[in-house]
Design a protein around this ligand. Structure first.
Ligand SMILES: [Zn+2]
Length: 153
């Protein structure tokens, strides 16, 4: 496994935790100097909070761990391409590197629908998609399959 795959596997473990809790399975870790300083998973249902995406949770934890809103020496790994809200939070946190797993053709703001990081903002995070993409997609697909199965009469 590459370093990127190792950290993505950690994010995937959080995504699986989300699925087990009945949440759309998305997980995220934030790494600084070889250490994970933030972990998050989708908790939208649990908290009934629109903003409780994996990246937002991981950024909040990293802010606390690092003791700063500024995460300009951190790298973010997330199993699903960030949405506009999370891509915006990444910009505001000054995170310079983003790795994601599966592409999101419905809500993705890093290439799936549009690419926010191609716009002339003050900061342009380096972006690499497709890390453990098959595994990241499989977790989502099996979650949605099980939901559909539950709804069958
Ligand atoms: Zn999001």
């Amino acid at each position: 496994m590459t370093e990127q795959e190792t950290y993505m596997a950690q994010a995937l473990a959080l995504a699986r935790e989300a699925a087990a809790a009945g949440e759309v399975p998305v997980g995220c870790v934030i790494v600084r100097g070889g250490e994970i300083v933030g972990r998050g998973r989708n908790r939208r249902e649990e908290k009934q909070s629109t903003a409780s995406h994996a990246e937002m949770e991981a950024i909040a934890m990293a802010n606390e761990t690092v003791g700063s809103w500024r995460l300009d020496d951190c790298t973010l790994y997330v199993t699903l391409e960030p949405c506009p809200m999370c891509a915006g939070a990444i910009l505001n946190a000054r995170i310079p590197r983003v790795y994601y797993g599966a592409r999101d053709r419905a809500m993705g703001a890093c290439g799936g629908v549009l690419n926010l990081y191609m716009e002339p903002f003050a900061l342009t995070p380096a972006l690499v998609g497709g890390i453990l993409a098959d595994e990241c997609r499989a977790v989502l697909e099996s979650f949605f399959r099980s939901i559909r199965a539950d709804k069958l009469p």
